[in-house]
Design a protein around this ligand. Sequence first.
Ligand code: GLP
Length: 266
Amino acid sequence: MRVLIKPDYNSCAKWIAEYIVYTIQQFRPTLNKPFVLGLPTGSSPLGIYQELINQNRAGKISFQNIVTFNMDEYVGLPPEHPQSYSRFMWENFFNFIDIKKENVHMLDGMTTDYVSECKRYEEAIKNVGGVNLFLCGIGTDGHIAFNEPASSFASRTRIKLLKPETITANSRFFGGDTTQVPEKALTVGIGTIMEAKEIILIASGKNKQEAIRQTIECGINHLCPASILQMHERATVVCDDCAADKLRPDTIKYFKNIEQSKMVRK
Ligand code: GLP
């Protein structure tokens, strides 16, 4: 696993956006060979989306041949609901770039047949050739997408019951009212994420310190779902100094030295 420790959130977001642009440019996507991006919601990716919008406006990147799959969606919220992940993505990203509507994939939280909907999603990912780059945030307990602690590392897209802690954390988007937060969500599985050719996880701030420590320094454990990234051949954690603050000093020194020695992919 590669770990990049940046001074603050903005430098994490900028680095990731530039890396995504660079990776897409190298890939040279076409209509028949699109680049497939897996995308998260939450506050962590917002700066990345803004920078990608800027780069799109500046003509440095086109999303015409990009296909996206979002990680998750609340059960019971229609796409037009202010807190649905679908609306979040359109209002914070898709409305401002040149992506084709038909290339955007979201799970349908209003479906009455969860099993078929999740199967449809897995098949759609497979039919387009798999995800090239999955961007992830991380929950304070180490969850990725809505794969709560103890989710199977082999899990596929399915319905999950959210932990009370996750509901409390996400209630900030619902005016602080936990009763308004859906109790269930549809989410890609950890197995789905791990099949991506590359994974980038962003973490920033004090409330991610323990999750980052467990992801990077502890053993692989289903109680910290993100720790499975240790097993991916091309996973990068990009975090700020604050989120990295619980790592051992020698761990921080090790990863910062690698970066300074320019032994980096880009
Ligand atoms: C939710 C989402 C995750 C996200 C997490 C952290 O639970 N399902 O995909 O990573 O929140 O969000 P934030 O970036 O706002 O801290």
